[in-house]
Design a protein around this ligand. Structure first.
Ligand SMILES: [Zn+2]
Length: 205
């Protein structure tokens, strides 16, 4: 059995997780899962950034692959530096899509992940309109909930996720197009990318 477990781990480290594996508050990734940046995701990201550049939109990776342990230090730093919002933006280790190697936070060069700067805003609008062509979705789109006077800009309780327009995840072009076509970016539409993902199948040693 031990050998099987080791083999399973090696295969997953080499191949990465399936592109549609679900990572949310109830579906963590195993501690040992440490695949590094996903090569297809990285090359799709390079294409995306270059095409954005052609449209006059500048983007750099603010945060990319984070291992389980790096996520732990990110959480600690966030609590130290921004205690009022830390719990909203930085997931606990195991609960971040950044551990997949397919998720990236993009910003305009020189800026932080934030809403207020018009340059970031331009970038985020461009991502909404174009990311799916490159196989990316925005994991945490803006949502308004009917009968509820809030949206998820500051209120994570509306959906599980607070709005993060900078966070994109590579799921491959066909799935990204499918999720886009379902209207997931419409604030009134309750569809989320997570509806299309599958929990990690198999053992989690
Ligand atoms: Zn992110």
């Amino acid at each position: 059995m031990k050998l099987l477990v080791e083999l399973y781990i090696v295969v997953h480290m080499l191949m990465g997780a399936p592109l549609d594996v679900l990572v949310d508050a109830r579906h963590p990734l195993p501690l040992w899962f440490d695949p590094g940046p996903h090569s297809d995701a990285v090359s799709a990201l390079e294409d995306l950034i270059s095409e954005a550049g052609d449209a006059g939109i500048k983007a750099i990776v603010y945060s990319g692959y984070r291992s389980y342990s790096k996520q732990g230090s990110a959480v600690e730093r966030e609590w130290r530096e921004r205690p009022s919002t830390a719990g909203f933006y930085v997931a606990e280790p195991g609960y971040s899509e950044h551990q997949l190697g397919t998720a990236f936070d993009l910003v305009w060069p020189g800026l932080q992940v934030e809403f207020s700067d018009p340059r970031n805003e331009q970038l985020y609008i461009w991502l909404e309109e174009n990311a799916h062509h490159f196989g990316f979705v925005l994991s945490y789109p803006y949502k308004e909930i009917e009968g509820w006077p809030y949206n998820n800009r500051w209120m994570p309780q509306v959906t599980e996720f607070i709005h993060e327009p900078w966070h994109i995840r590579y799921v491959g072009i066909s799935l990204a197009e499918e999720i886009f076509a379902a209207g997931y970016l419409d604030p009134q539409n309750s569809v989320l990318p997570q509806d299309y993902y599958q929990p990690w199948a198999g053992i989690s040693p």
